[in-house]
Design a protein around this ligand. Structure first.
Ligand SMILES: C[S@@+](CC[C@H](N)C(=O)[O-])C[C@H]1O[C@@H](n2cnc3c(N)ncnc32)[C@H](O)[C@@H]1O
Ligand code: SF4
Length: 389
């Protein structure tokens, strides 16, 4: 089985913190014509994989997807239907779409139309990038909504929820706190915290992603919207505890879900299962290769999809190392520990002992997993292990 993801790199505007290779739509000249050309090139890319792959059973289909209103729901349905003519949807476990919740009316219409079109797909997952309830943060990062417009959006959204839907909401810990009247640092105003809590407990939220702000150091973005590294972690831990108090289980460093509602597509990445990324700048992993598509629009339109400089053949030990680090991100035990660790670190016994004494890893027989605390310092653990390689 294979998973597909479609990388749509267009946004209404560019958010100050965004670490992705996305481009404001207004930069496209002659928009309608360009999008039509993209659609043609995308369909050719779909044809290419449909002809090359022998196993065409789709496990998951994911739209990494920024500007629904601009690309249009009907183009998305057109892509899904085109893929359906080339791949086998029989066992499709999840169709997932990322959405910036602005403009609200268009996003709601998008959900309504897609829901009507696909009531039978076993799981239709929507992931909404809320990011923050702090209006100051939203404004300074150039998000086009406020706390109150999001409240209205969420109230309308929950009315659209149908049985096969999974709703995920993204938040980023920016490390920005408000100061209460008595001088204490606090996360958002009291009524926003209460709203958040009620919303989490409402039964309409299936999962949440809580990220710590990353990769902004090399960007010329206004420092006024984010706090120090310590404040970013502090905000993450507060959000995490609120989310966990409402019964969501952490299943990956930044991801929390109700039982059975974890993202199936994202687990494909973390379990090193094969996937193909389509469209500009998308990356793929299948066979023993990682590849990235060109980010050059002209090249893409000439159907030279793959950036040959970005094709990396992984040998047996590269594959083991990558699999180990990816699976370490999740709360699933890594079985067959010795197979991985003997490739990774020559003196692994003493390293494991150090981590176990610091409560960063749990080891049981030949299995290992990070503890909750270990997950919080995943990046330092990776750096530490890589230095010993
Ligand atoms: C691929 S983006 C797409 C979401 C959608 N475009 C939006 O903005 O609402 C997925 C998520 O990555 C997170 N993200 C983006 N830039 C980030 C950064 N610099 N640090 C941490 N998380 C980030 C945001 O939470 C975002 O919702
Ligand atoms: S809308 Fe999403 S993808 Fe686009 S710039 Fe903002 S955070 Fe990045």
């Amino acid at each position: 089985m294979i998973s597909l993801y479609i990388h749509i790199p267009f946004c209404t505007s560019k958010c100050a913190y965004c670490s992705f290779n996305s481009m404001p739509i207004f930069q496209l000249e002659n928009y309608e014509l360009q999008i039509t050309n993209y659609m043609d090139a995308l369909k050719k890319e779909i044809d290419y994989y449909a002809e090359t792959l022998t196993d065409k059973a789709l496990k998951t289909l994911y739209f990494w997807w920024w500007t629904p209103s601009k690309i249009g729901i009907f183009r998305i349905i057109d892509i899904i239907e085109y893929i359906r003519t080339k791949f086998d949807f029989e066992e499709l476990a999840e169709l997932s779409i990322e959405l910036n919740p602005y403009p609200e009316e268009e996003v709601l219409n998008f959900v309504e139309v897609l829901n009507k079109k696909y009531p039978k797909i076993s799981r239709l997952r929507y992931s909404f990038g809320i990011q923050s309830f702090d209006d100051e943060v939203l404004k300074t990062t150039w998000r086009a909504y406020t706390f109150w417009t999001i409240v209205e959006f969420l109230r309308a959204l929950v009315k659209l929820k149908q049985d096969n839907n999974v709703f995920n909401f993204d938040f980023i810990a920016f490390g920005k706190f408000q100061v209460s009247k008595n001088g204490f640092k606090q996360l958002w105003h009291e009524f926003k915290r209460e709203f958040f809590k009620k919303f989490l407990d409402s039964g309409y939220v299936d999962s949440l992603s809580v990220y710590t702000l990353e990769n902004i150091k090399d960007k010329p973005c206004p420092a006024i919207y984010y706090g120090t590294d310590d404040e970013i972690i502090e905000e993450f831990l507060i959000l995490k505890s609120v989310v966990e108090d409402s019964g969501f289980l952490r299943y990956e460093i930044s991801n929390f879900a109700r039982a059975g509602k974890a993202s199936i597509h994202n687990m494909v990445y973390w379990n090193m299962e094969p996937y193909i990324g389509l469209w500009l700048s998308a990356s793929s992993f299948f066979g023993n290769k990682r590849r990235t598509n060109t980010s050059d629009i002209k090249q893409y339109l000439e159907w030279k999809y793959i950036d040959e400089k970005e094709v990396h053949v992984l040998n047996a030990s590269d594959l083991l190392i990558e699999e180990f680090f990816l699976r370490l991100r999740t709360t699933e035990w890594i079985a067959d520990l010795l197979k991985f660790i003997s490739v990774l670190v020559p003196n692994y016994e003493s390293l494991l002992e150090t981590y176990m004494k610091a409560w960063l890893v749990d080891v049981y027989e030949n299995r290992l997993q990070l503890t909750d605390e270990g997950m919080n310092v995943y990046n330092s653990i990776i750096t530490d292990v890589l230095q010993k390689l």
